[in-house]
Design a protein around this ligand. Sequence first.
Ligand code: ADP
Length: 322
Amino acid sequence: MSKTKTIGILTSGGDAPGMNAAIRAVTRCALSYDMKVLGIQRGYRGLLNGEINKMSARDVSDIIQRGGTVLQTARCKEFTTPEGVKRAADMASLYGMDTLVVIGGDGSFRGARDLSNSGVPVIGIPATIDNDIGCSDYTLGYDTAMNTAMDAIDKIRDTATSHERCNLIEVMGRSAGYIALNVAIASGAEKLLIPEKDFELDDIIRNIIDGRNRGKKHYILIVAEGIGGSTEMAKVIEEKTGMETRATILGHMQRGGSPSLRDRVMASRMGYHAVELINEGIGNRVVVFKNGVTTDIDINEALNTTKTIDEKALDMAARLSI
Ligand code: ADP
């Protein structure tokens, strides 16, 4: 008789709506194959500390609709050292883990790759609101975060119109402007500033004045977090245009909230795919969504893949904002 497979599961790095739906999918699919599931609290830190508990189907009841992660998440410095990785691999072995499922972003996958090099097979599930993982067209949390930002911007827009104000709205995206780009399109923003593109503040100021002269009642500027300095920029714009200008930093509200339908379905599909791989004895892969299908790639290859901003979408956003 073949040995019962044991899998570990953890969430790591920045949290994202949909992580719970992924935990549920992995747990229930694994149980359906008679695997044993070990939930690890607080990411790699919990693995090092042995914060490990057996999971049942009921342990993941009523979480598909909840934001955050019931397994908690953490950042762990010790795990980035060779000694830390060795200790984590020993802990995985002590608990008889045949495979570790890591739900997280780029940093978490680098950690997972190090663990795989220490002999622990891993499967990554991409979850980060920024969608900044090169190997996958989609990362869990992205859709929910964009909808949260869009809803907030719609509200700001109402008051910006009433008062004929200029509003700078900073959305998440430290090194990537994917959230900002889509949110700008969806909220009909006048201008978009993202880390991937240089800009001149004077051009924006001229644009605001031109827009006002053409009868625009407000000016919405979406700024990706990576640009920074939104408050100072708003002051300069107000001084130079004479138009009342406010900066709003949406911040962590974009990370929370109930996952959207897309995030719940994507999390379920990715979790299911992860367990299918494990069931076939395949490890060291990252589950990805590519060209409309859920598939997987080698973890080393995944970490070497980059993606670029959609230039056509940028062009469209600019043309629609006149
Ligand atoms: P995310 O997974 O959202 O990108 P982080 O970059 O904070 O989040 O990474 C989460 C955890 O993964 C870190 O606290 C650390 O333990 C581990 N990690 C991050 N980067 C590396 C790395 N280059 N090598 C090994 N482990 C890493």
